[in-house]
Design a protein around this ligand. Structure first.
Ligand SMILES: *Cc1c(COP(=O)(O)O)cnc(C)c1O
Length: 460
């Protein structure tokens, strides 16, 4: 399988190269040159299999011969061994025809562990056989950073730097990033918001001398391997609800469009998904785009679902690439226009996006009311991100079973949950001492030169 850039100007790469590179050299995102499909029979055969076995069968066509079957099975086994639930992604019922896919049983209690734990093992396997070293730099609105740190801490051939917006992540999120004692972990609190962190990351990649000098690798949601890992749980959920005979719909709390794009890939692979619903919080650029056709940046307004507080949604570029018939020049043109703040999706392309995705938005009040009502109605305690999903899913319920992705454990956002329900969700026992561990991080100005100097100094 070869990988191509959404902007059409970067070299084609293998799976391993695309994974180690992250962002393409033309500023685009790597996508597989074609999407492999599973037949209805192959999908039926997934029923009753372990999560790991489904992961192997779903991802195998994308990785080609990067690893032997035995190696890849071992990578998958190690990736999910750290999870606190045997099903990995258990499904619970919320109401008539409405299910919750619990994606928060990994080591940092958010769905990003699914991708990050896998990527850690993939990197380790690839780097140890080549003897190379990489510097991973990630930007996080909260959950990516801790997931990356958990996945890469202590690995011999990797340094991991995480930029997070100072004061804009929850205490649990911050402590998950700042308490691991491993020397290859560098948590950096940037004086700015998530978009500042993301911009700094993009600029580091655009500086070729720096990028090659420190052997930069990205594991943000733009990394294809992350999207790929997330495709798996759409299959396990759909199959346990009667797929492929019975179609299923999904609602996905969305920020950078990575998780929902994985659902789109599952659908393209042949999984019968009826509706894919984009659920945004008040930072609703994606919902506005679906409604108006104009993708227009606005400032970020901090919300109680901070991992979705973005103004630009990086992975949306992958969807644009497809609805523009994989015309890299057209996508590059749109991204150029975006630098000035806005672009308009063509009539044809927005029509296709609307065929593929529904969308909705939850205000802060909606989110709080949903946490309260769902707790009262079912006893289920939702995190604010999952509540955004449930609110929007409720507007899209029908004959087809609806699965809402629960993206984080409620204990990661105890204040918001307490305000809505009067109960304070406890951390799972395995991380109960998080608030007693020592913190270690560096505060840095929102200044590119200073950030680059710091990275160089730390890895030398
Ligand atoms: C990252 C994150 C999201 C958004 O996921 P995207 O793939 O960026 O759309 C939603 N909820 C939680 C808890 C997250 O950590």
């Amino acid at each position: 399988m070869r990988y191509i850039s959404t902007r059409g100007q970067a070299p084609e790469l293998s799976f391993e190269e695309a994974m180690l590179t992250g962002l393409a050299s033309d500023g685009g995102l790597y996508v597989p040159e074609s999407i492999p499909t599973l037949s209805p029979g192959e999908i039926s055969d997934l029923a009753g299999q372990s999560y790991e076995e489904v992961a192997f069968r779903v991802m195998k066509p994308f990785i080609g011969d990067t690893f032997t079957d035995a190696e890849f099975k071992d990578i998958i086994a190690k990736a999910y061994a750290t999870f606190g639930h045997e099903a990995r992604a258990p499904l619970v019922q919320l109401g008539p025809n409405h299910f919750l896919l619990e994606l928060f049983h990994g080591p940092t209690l958010a769905f990003k562990d699914f991708a990050m734990q896998l990527i850690g093992q993939l990197f380790q396997a690839a780097l140890s056989r080549s003897g190379k070293r990489v510097t991973i730099v990630g930007a996080t609105s909260g959950d990516t950073g801790s997931a990356a740190i958990e996945a890469f801490k202590g690995l011999a051939n990797v340094d991991v730097f995480i930029l997070f917006p100072d004061g804009r992540v929850s205490d649990v999120q911050r402590r998950q990033m700042t308490t691991p004692p491993e020397a290859n972990v560098h948590a950096l609190a940037v004086e700015g918001d998530f978009d500042d962190c993301q911009a700094a990351l993009k600029d580091m990649f655009a500086d070729i001398a720096f990028r090659d000098g420190v052997k930069l690798a990205a594991v943000n949601s733009i990394n294809w391997a992350r999207v790929l890992a997330q495709v798996v749980y759409y299959f396990t959920a759909a199959v346990s609800l009667g797929g492929p005979l019975r179609p299923v719909s999904f609602t996905v709390p969305t920020g950078n469009f990575g998780d929902i794009f994985a659902g789109y890939v599952a659908k393209r692979m042949g999984l019968p998904i009826e509706k894919l619903v984009i659920a945004t919080n008040q930072n609703d650029i994606l919902h506005r785009t679906m409604v108006t056709g104009a993708y227009t940046k606005e400032g970020v307004t901090p919300s109680i679902s901070p991992s979705m507080d973005i103004q630009v949604s990086s992975n949306f570029e992958r969807a644009l690439f497809d609805v523009y018939d994989r015309d890299g020049a057209a996508v590059a043109q749109l991204m150029d226009e975006l630098k000035a703040g806005s672009f308009t999706v063509s009539q044809g392309a927005i029509g296709r996006l609307r065929d593929l995705f529904a969308s909705g938005r939850a205000s802060e009040d909606d989110t709080r009311a949903t946490i309260r009502d769902v707790y009262a109605g079912s006893g289920e305690v939702l995190c604010p991100h999952s509540a955004v999903g449930v609110k929007v899913a409720t507007e899209n319920l029908g004959q087809t079973p609806m699965v809402t992705l629960a993206t984080a454990h409620p204990a990661k956002f105890p204040d918001a949950v307490f305000a809505a329900t009067g109960i304070r969700p406890a951390l799972p026992e395995r991380m109960g001492d998080l608030f007693e561990r020592d913190e270690r991080f560096t505060r840095v100005p929102n200044d590119l030169a200073a950030l680059k100097a710091l990275v160089k100094e730390r890895i030398s």
